[in-house]
Design a protein around this ligand. Structure first.
Ligand code: PMP
Length: 334
């Protein structure tokens, strides 16, 4: 019999799939790493397991303890899933711009969800960081993994995401394109891929960071944008600015159009940060030779955005176009 002992054993080892339609006119091979195939539905399952197992090993989280974390949703799902299996209650703090569907998912795993305003300064006691700190202080046995600064987050990508991409491309990838939120994915994955390819005859892998226009990574001030899970209004400890070789700022309009195209043209129902990363990947790929291999990470599923990016009324009321170019038309929002 072949079966996993628990869902935690199903985390990672996600496949690469080639993009065919949105890449029309591009000679390079563009491969998408499909992270929504993780059991919790996103790339964040990887860091959730690593952060909790390290905390247990270090004695920071003990039986009877509670996991408390400020999260835009996906890390919450990962932690709620890990908490459910290991017997820890979970409490999550989310900003109000996060979709209600995502909060309902957390509650379905048995978690408690606290909602805070997105419009307050990150250092305010009412911000989602401030509220979560207060919760940790008044909950006995509370442990806050802190995905923004916990080294287990980039380390889990260094140990799993990076090696999977290297092995699945037989060491032939030339570029990797990754959206930056807390920075854990790009720091760990990018660092591994640069190190493993450092002495390669064809040169090291080029690491490209994608972020929403307005975020600090591409020189913004944290101006509001609607793409969830990526971009920051401050510099988190897990983002190592030495890892990316190139940075691409992508607008919400470009990200959302591509997100909708990925579902209709490639059959990939993914979230807005995936559309964002693909826009950046195509900008990079269009100037590359045919033998280049570009890997782009798709962090989560589109299921959490049905009432937003995939809803024409929501799109129009937020000033976004709903027209999708015909399949294979070669129109790129670049
Ligand atoms: N996309 C989505 C949907 C996410 O939830 C996150 C995590 N914040 C990211 C991308 C970015 O990953 P990281 O935090 O590792 O930079």
């Amino acid at each position: 019999m072949r079966y996993a002992e628990t869902v935690l054993d199903l985390i990672g080892k996600t496949p690469l799939v080639r993009l065919h339609s949105v890449t029309k006119g591009i000679g390079a091979t563009v491969l998408a790493k499909v992270e929504y195939l993780n059991p919790g539905g996103s790339i964040k399952d990887r860091i959730s397991l690593e952060m909790i197992e390290r905390a247990e090993a270090a004695g920071l989280l003990r039986p009877g303890g509670t996991i408390v974390e400020p999260t835009s949703g996906n890390t919450g799902v990962g932690l709620a899933m890990v908490g459910a299996l290991k017997g820890y209650p979970t409490v999550f703090v989310t900003p109000d711009k996060v979709g209600e569907e995502k909060r309902a998912v957390l509650r379905a795993y048995g978690a408690e969800v606290v909602v805070t305003a997105s419009s307050v300064a990150p250092d305010s006691p009412d911000s989602y960081y401030g509220v979560s700190d207060a919760l940790v202080q008044r909950t006995p046995g509370a442990y806050k993994p802190d995905q923004f600064s916990n080294p287990a987050a980039p380390d889990s990508h260094y140990a799993t995401t990076g090696p999977e991409i290297w092995a699945d491309t037989d060491g032939l990838l030339t570029h990797v394109v990754i959206g930056a939120g807390t920075g854990g994915t790009i720091t760990g994955t990018g660092r591994y891929l640069k190190e493993v390819s450092a002495d390669r005859a064809t040169g090291p892998v080029t690491v490209v960071a994608a972020d929403p226009a307005g975020s600090v990574y591409s020189g913004g001030t944290g101006r509001p944008y609607y793409t969830e899970g990526v971009g920051e209004d401050m510099w988190p400890g897990n983002y190592d600015p030495a890892v990316p070789d190139r940075l691409e700022a992508v607008t919400d309009a470009e990200s959302f159009e591509m997100t909708r195209r990925l579902a209709r043209e490639e059959g990939l129902l993914v979230g807005g940060s995936s559309g964002m990363a693909v826009v950046a990947a195509l900008r990079v790929a269009k100037d590359l030779p045919d033998d280049a291999v570009v890997v782009v990470i798709l962090p989560d599923s589109g299921r959490g955005y049905i009432g937003k990016i995939f809803d024409d009324a929501w799109m129009r009321s937020h000033g976004f176009e709903t027209r999708v170019p015909p399949k294979g038309s070669g129109e790129h929002p670049l």
